[in-house]
Design a binder for this molecule. Structure first.
Ligand code: ADP
Length: 219
């Protein structure tokens, strides 16, 4: 199987971090920006770094990106460039175009011109961080859908010394424990009969409201 190929337009903070993460994960990554310094900075990290203005249709057509798996439009400030490159990427046949928006109107335009997914990185990170602060814990949560998440929950004091079989959390709270972290080490082959300690972190999948309730039961 060949590595996935992505093109990232715009090397601001968001574009750089997406491009670096994709490249670190073994993907082929092409980055495009009209700023020479930013191109130099990424040249050793990604597969190809090209200095170009994305509003130049001819240059865009010579990039050879029509067979790429996805495009990330990480240009926030320059609305015209962000919209144009989204249209061009879709017209060139890229199946998945993810674009960053600065505001709601920008998001609406990006969707209208064909973006498959529109993100607001700062806004979304802000909401996630605020929710974590509200929960009163700093454990990780992964949103699986609008209803379900995977979350790290510290074992309740009353669970101390009881096995998962005894606790029967699936029946009691409708959550599934998929792993247990003991002293920072995650074990996903959890033994239903070994006792849970009060400092253990249980990795669970369940309804958001149930997980939030369990997470707030410590205080
Ligand atoms: P962030 O908020 O994530 O830092 P910015 O919107 O500030 O993102 O960054 C946009 C990036 O896109 C900059 O590196 C800028 O040089 C680049 N850029 C803006 N317009 C164009 C364009 N027409 N062609 C190529 N690159 C562009």
């Amino acid at each position: 199987m060949t590595n996935k190929e992505f093109v990232v337009f715009g090397l601001g903070r968001f574009g750089k971090s997406v491009a670096t993460t994709l490249a670190d994960s073994g993907c082929e990554v092409l980055v495009v920006d009209d700023n020479e310094d930013k191109i130099q900075e990424m040249a050793d990290i990604v597969t190809y770094a090209v200095k170009a203005n994305v509003t130049d249709v001819d240059t865009m057509e010579t990039l050879g990106i029509s067979n790429f798996d996805g495009a990330i439009v990480a240009i926030g400030e320059n609305l015209e460039a962000s919209v144009m490159v989204t249209i061009l990427a879709k017209e060139l046949g890229i199946p998945y175009v993810l674009a960053k928006a600065q505001n709601d109107l920008h998001a609406k335009i990006l969707k209208k011109v064909g973006a498959d997914m529109v993100v607001f990185p700062e806004k979304e990170t802000g909401i996630r961080i605020a929710n974590k602060l509200l929960l009163g814990n700093f454990f990780d949560a992964v949103e699986l859908s609008s209803t379900f998440s995977m979350m790290e929950i510290e074992a309740l004091t009353e669970w101390n010394g009881h096995s998962l079989r005894e606790l029967n959390l699936r029946a009691k709270y409708k959550v599934n424990v998929i792993g247990i972290k003991k002293n920072g080490v995650l074990d996903i082959n959890t033994d239903a009969d070994s006792p849970v300690s009060k400092n253990d972190i249980l990795v669970m999948i369940g309804k958001n409201e149930t997980l939030n309730k369990l997470a707030s039961m410590h205080s």
